[in-house]
Design a protein around this ligand. Structure first.
Ligand SMILES: Cc1ncc(COP(=O)(O)O)c(C=O)c1O
Length: 499
């Protein structure tokens, strides 16, 4: 169905011709993004006067407005297009830091919210750990378990990405100590000392992470976050081991020998750091890694790297936790990015949030808390039932509209277009890389990158920045070739105008 859809060069049709298409074929084209705008339409620079006035208004009630990009009219936003407070219509290829799976105001999701059968879930927000609703097991099964990573059959819903990682860490520490006790219950001394952050109940354990990793902003997650100083300054964190993440050369297939050597260097460091931690008396209970480092610069590593990493973790009695907060739910062309690696065994913990609508983590049998562990992985809400209702429909749309295939097709178009521009402007663009639509490209330096991102926004195209000098693309799963063609035309103009 999608191939037929893409054989129609929609982007070349005039509005009047497009409006004549009322056949099933056109409905196919439109069905991914119903009632979408035709193209970006700009009235003011962004942020415009109304956004600026709202910023002043927000400042007055003391929120931190330093990170506000612009104010949004969510009622008017549709599909791949976001509409700002000044009436500008922008093609959104960054989608709220990669967290919008089906675009704005998808009719199926509106339907879920309007369904009277869902009213009780909308108006009551239970403490799910204590008082789950009668339909909760079925909802968890239909939503989260239906897309569980291969080999994983347990899930714990949580709140945001950091909260999910933080609790994933705790599951790893608990399993590590459970193993160490050989199935015996904790001693009274362990229980009493833990309350005062003392040994033996509060053990010296660590989690190994990587340079340029980003795992969130809560304290333990921050200990494993190594991107920008402003995330970390003034906060006491754990001094846990941090191994170098491979710095690969792109395109990956052209530099396989050099890249293999670089990955081996990093893997040796992982092993070395784990031995050192063991000797120091702070053994590594788990290795935490993103499938593609996102915030840190869209840095890739090969499937071989991750398979070797899993071997090292197993050899040293540590768990492997994959942080799929940004890569999960389809943007790489598989539902989970780690499915690209052919791991011989499932990871021990896989965390998610963003496009999944709810935070949470999947885990294996060994990571499952026992019945004696009640309240040890817990918070008041433990997820949000309305988000699971939405997720159930998101999954339904992904499957019924074959959106993972759409991501592959759109991603090839994006990467092909960017690679072409890179070949034409080798002194301005480099390192085009990606999986599916999870794509990035580097500009010569950070200043130039920031200028291009800003100028693109004023022309009606939103992209993200990451790392030192990268532009990252995080479109919704419903972004199609014709959207990308529009972007590529504008991007070429931006690149041509650079000195
Ligand atoms: C890989 C990764 N992990 C964790 C987080 C933290 O998620 P949240 O901002 O929802 O706490 C992010 C956020 O960007 C992320 O990209």
């Amino acid at each position: 169905m999608l191939r037929r859809l893409y054989s129609v060069p929609v982007q070349h049709l005039t509005k009047s011709v497009r409006s004549q298409f009322t056949s099933a074929q056109t409905i196919d084209v439109e069905s991914l993004v119903p009632n979408e705008y035709e193209a970006p339409c700009m009235k003011t620079p962004v942020p415009g006067p109304r956004s600026k006035a709202l910023c002043a208004d927000l400042d007055d009630v003391n929120a931190n407005i330093g990170h506000v990009h612009f104010f949004v009219n969510y009622e008017a936003s549709r599909g791949n297009y976001i509409v700002d407070a000044d009436g500008n219509v922008l093609l959104d290829l960054f989608t709220q830091i990669s967290s919008v799976p089906l675009g704005y105001n998808h009719p199926n999701l509106i339907q879920v919210m309007m369904d009277p059968n869902n009213m009780a879930s909308l108006v009551n927000r239970p403490a799910f750990g204590n008082f789950p609703s009668t339909d909760w097991p079925e909802t968890v099964r239909n939503a989260l378990i239906s897309v569980a990573p291969p080999g994983m059959r347990y899930v714990q819903p949580m709140m945001c990405g950091a909260c999910s990682n933080e609790h994933g860490y705790k599951a790893i520490f608990m399993a590590y100590q459970r193993n160490k006790r050989g199935g015996l219950p904790p001693t009274q001394e362990e229980m009493d000392s833990s309350v005062h952050n003392m040994l033996p109940g509060s053990p010296k354990l660590s989690l190994l992470s990587f340079t340029n990793a980003f795992h969130g902003r809560t304290t333990a997650c921050l200990s494993n976050t190594h991107t920008k100083w402003f995330h970390k300054l003034d906060f006491p964190t754990f001094d846990w081991p941090c191994a170098p993440f491979p710095k690969l050369r792109y395109p990956l297939e052209e530099f396989q020998r050099e890249n293999d050597a670089e990955e081996d260097r990093c893997l040796e460091q992982v092993q070395d750091l784990m031995e050192k931690a063991e000797k120091k008396g702070e053994p590594v209970a788990g290795i935490v890694v993103e499938p593609i480092q996102a915030e840190g610069g869209d840095n890739h590593a090969s499937g071989r790297f991750f398979r070797e990493l899993q071997k090292i973790a197993k050899k040293n009695g540590a768990a492997l936790m994959i942080d799929e907060v940004q890569t999960g739910c389809g943007p790489t062309g598989k539902f989970w990015a780690h499915e690209h690696w052919d791991l011989p065994q499932p990871p021990d913990v896989v965390c998610f949030s963003k496009k999944m609508q709810t935070g949470g983590f999947y885990f294996t049998e060994e990571m499952k808390p026992t019945s004696a562990d009640s309240y040890r992985i817990f918070n008041t809400w433990m997820g949000d039932p309305t988000k699971l209702l939405l997720l159930r429909e998101v999954i339904n749309v992904i499957k019924s509209q074959n959106l993972l295939e759409n991501v592959v097709v759109a991603g090839e178009h994006l990467q092909g277009g960017l690679s072409g521009l890179q070949r034409a402007h080798p002194n301005k663009l480099e390192n085009c890389r990606g999986l599916g639509t999870f794509v990035a490209i580097d500009l010569r330096n950070g200043k130039m990158r920031d200028e291009v991102v800003k100028s693109l926004r004023n022309e009606g195209f939103i992209v993200g920045a990451c790392g030192e000098r990268s532009i990252r693309f995080r479109p919704a799963l419903v972004c199609q070739k014709h959207h990308i063609s529009m972007f590529l035309d504008q991007f070429e103009k931006e690149i041509l105008s650079l000195p």
